[in-house]
Design a protein around this ligand. Structure first.
Ligand code: ZN
Length: 136
């Protein structure tokens, strides 16, 4: 899938954003290592902390279907360049420290590596996976 096709998937997901409070629509398309794409949109709640960002919506969909390795995520928004928030960076770091972040807004695309965006992020390697019975 080309980068623009991944961005288009994120734009499709943006249509489903539930944003009655912020009116800030975001869509994301997360690509797994086998090429499968999971999309997500932001889902707000009247109790604000219960809001889900588009990136974490896509991540939870993917992991809940058995995917744990990812290569790229495209994130689009209508009102500003949608770099992921700190919570999303940390959530994505758990599965893909070298994830390519592609943000798109107003016809412009910018890219970065997740590891560079979250220096010294808290990693799963703090908990040896063998001891948790969670290898792979
Ligand atoms: Zn976020």
């Amino acid at each position: 899938m080309t980068e623009m096709e991944l961005i288009e998937k994120a734009k499709e997901a943006l249509k489903y954003a539930y944003v009655p409070y912020s009116r800030f629509r975001v869509g994301a398309a997360l690509e797994a290592s086998d090429g499968t794409v999971f999309t997500g949109c932001n889902v707000e709640n009247s109790a604000y902390p219960n809001t889900y960002c588009a990136e974490r919506t896509a991540l939870v969909k993917a992991v809940s279907e058995g995917y744990r390795k990812f290569t790229r995520i495209a994130i689009v928004a209508e009102k500003a360049m949608p770099y992921p928030c700190g919570a999303c960076r940390q959530s994505l770091l758990e599965f893909a420290p070298d994830l390519e972040i592609i943000v798109h807004w107003n016809g412009k695309t910018e890219k970065a590596c997740l590891r560079d965006m979250l220096s010294f992020g808290f990693g799963a390697n703090a908990f040896p996976m063998e001891e948790n019975g969670e290898a792979e």
